[in-house]
Design a protein around this ligand. Structure first.
Ligand SMILES: [Zn+2]
Length: 321
């Protein structure tokens, strides 16, 4: 049975030195004071295991393409403890304009994608999640309120993951099978919690271009990693925060050039091309047009398999077993 009953969702005896845990990032002594067991244990906690790149993709396709949308919406403001209506509106655009535009685009191209949704967003916009699922897309976990996972204690992280899992299940009518940790901030205790929830895959780590199996302290977990990268993310190029130096400094045409080159590389290697986007960022007119153009281009190439993260994870896992 893939998913264990709720009763088994109990604290797993930590096989890790407690001193390393704290903020998940090795708080305490400076790193130059650590002995070898300490830095070795930190590195080995979560590692890339065997490659799960399949010999070929479904129906002999040459490349797997996974489009994902992280529906952060208002949590991109709430996560910082801010309640400014002015800032919240920037995220509200993602729900009001971005997601409908994305869904229209995907419908026109007859493609399925994955949407990663914080629990709070599923509660604020339940009809949006139901529409996403009704149109054949996947809804995966993306934290509770887009919290910084590494700042949490293990029990808080467990509580928020459980809440997010239950909320998505209730709203969409289907338990999520995958997770993208908010901001890809995968903590030292995230993997054991993913195992407790019985999830199929994670899509938050960066150890490869191709899918791989996650190792938990050296132990194969059967959990598929569908790796991400900032290169294949709309936010670093196009995000805007007026309180910081972050500015949308990249033209959509340049983002298209980078994404297309990443796709071409995946095609040449028979690999995976996984894009991460955000409705409140990619949903704007000039950018959705760029995504439209990119999809048109990829659809014109023979042997491209567009799939949800769940479909890809299941395919890679089955091909490797
Ligand atoms: Zn996010």
């Amino acid at each position: 049975m893939r998913r264990r009953p709720k009763a088994s969702f109990v604290k797993r005896a930590p096989a890790r030195p407690a001193a390393h845990h704290a903020a998940g990032n090795g708080a305490g002594d400076p790193a130059w004071m650590w002995d070898e067991p300490r830095w070795r244990a930190a590195v080995n906690r979560v590692r890339a295991g065997r490659s799960l790149k399949p010999p070929c993709w479904k129906n002999g396709a040459r490349v797997g393409v996974a489009l994902s949308f992280d529906s952060d919406h208002e949590t991109s403001t709430l996560r910082e403890g801010s309640t400014s209506p002015g800032r919240l509106a920037q995220g509200e655009y993602g729900a009001r304009v971005g997601v409908p535009r994305i869904l229209d685009l995907l419908r026109r191209h007859d493609l399925r994608a994955s949407f990663f949704v914080p629990g709070v967003i599923a509660r604020l916009h339940p009809d949006e999640q139901r529409r996403v699922v009704a149109e054949g897309h996947e809804v995966g976990m993306h934290g509770w309120i887009h919290e910084g996972t590494s700042e949490l204690t293990e029990s808080s992280e467990r509580d928020l993951m459980r809440r997010a899992f239950d909320t998505l299940t209730k709203v969409t009518g289907r338990p999520p099978v995958g997770v993208r940790v908010p901001s890809w901030d995968f903590s030292a205790t995230t993997l054991p919690l993913i195992r407790e929830l019985g999830l199929l895959y994670d899509s938050s780590l960066m150890a490869d271009d191709e899918p791989y199996e996650l190792l938990d302290d050296g132990e194969p977990t059967g959990i598929v990693e569908l790796p991400v990268e900032w290169i294949k993310d709309d936010a670093p190029y196009l995000n805007m925060n007026r309180a910081t130096a972050i500015r949308p400094y990249t033209a959509p045409s340049a983002v298209h050039e980078i994404f297309r080159a990443e796709f071409e590389g995946a095609l040449a290697e028979g690999g995976l091309f996984l894009l991460t986007m955000h409705p409140h960022i990619i949903g704007h007119r000039s950018r959705i047009a760029m995504l439209d153009e990119l999809i048109r281009y990829m659809k014109g190439v023979p042997g491209v398999w567009f799939a949800t993260h769940e479909e890809l994870a299941r395919y890679c896992k089955a091909a490797a077993s």
